[in-house]
Design a protein around this ligand. Structure first.
Ligand SMILES: N[C@@H](CCC(=O)N[C@@H](CS)C(=O)NCC(=O)O)C(=O)O
Length: 234
């Protein structure tokens, strides 16, 4: 039986199965990366819902695991050397889980680095830009009179999508025949942009034939469908 008592987060969200990976999350575009990955790999895990409505992510217990106050975060009772490991930042968690299982990250060194490169393209480009577009189009920023920030993030999001469109030309996944953590990181963000954020027309999504077909392929995967609903919303 694993001892997770050194992780204060477990006092607020107790582990029923301390031998399993503990996931603290919500089905947002960053959150679902990890639940999809856990579903794809088949690793045993226990999800805990972090409710933004009650600012769970700002509680001392959550901040003890992620001082940045954002989901997703995990505790792996069986980390390196068999010791428990806590991790935050979805890109780092995806890479960690890929290396732990030997899945969704090519072993060939050059292809491995290219996958990590595309993962960072999502982390540093798609995530932040689409997120700001969401703020200025769907959330509080919608009320701002000055439309230049919205225009800036729409233009940047379209540009990033066109980079993805070119990459996917003639490829079924970002890394050709290998479905990888780069796809897992990006799928939820593109789905969210045209779905929840309501920006389909704004980014002229229907012109992006390759991205559209890739998104459909991704969303057809049963593990993706399950991961998109985990943890349960409050
Ligand atoms: N770079 C971080 C970003 C995480 C992030 O922004 N998470 C959002 C949900 S998608 C969040 O927790 N927001 C709550 C808040 O900011 O209070 C990662 O990829 O893990």
């Amino acid at each position: 039986m694993s001892d997770l008592s050194s992780f204060p987060i477990t006092t607020r969200w107790p582990a029923q199965h301390p031998d399993r990976i503990q996931l603290y999350s919500l089905p947002t575009p960053n959150g679902v990366k990890v639940s999809i990955m856990l579903e794809e790999t088949g690793l045993a895990y226990e999800p805990h819902t972090i409710d933004f409505g009650t600012d769970d992510q700002k509680t001392p217990e959550f901040l003890s695991l992620n001082p940045n106050g954002k989901i997703p975060a995990i505790v792996d009772p069986d980390g390196p050397g068999g010791k428990p490991l806590g991790l935050f930042e979805s890109g780092a968690i995806l890479q960690y889980l890929a290396e732990k299982t030997g899945k969704f990250l090519p072993t060939d060194p050059a292809r491995r680095w290219q996958t990590i490169q595309w993962l960072h393209f999502q982390m540093g480009g798609i995530g932040p830009m689409f997120g700001q577009l969401g703020f200025f189009h769907k959330f509080a920023g919608r009320e701002y009179e000055d439309k230049r920030p919205l225009q800036r993030y729409v233009a940047e999001s379209r540009r990033l999508l066109s980079v993805l469109e070119a990459r996917l030309d003639g490829r079924q996944w970002i890394m050709e025949d290998d479905y990888t953590i780069a796809d897992i990181a990006t799928l939820g963000w593109v789905r969210n942009l045209i779905g929840f954020y309501g920006a389909r027309e704004l980014v002229v999504f229907d012109e992006l034939k390759q991205v559209k077909a890739w998104l459909e392929r991704g969303l057809a995967r049963p593990a993706v469908q399950r991961g998109l609903e985990i943890p349960k919303r409050p």
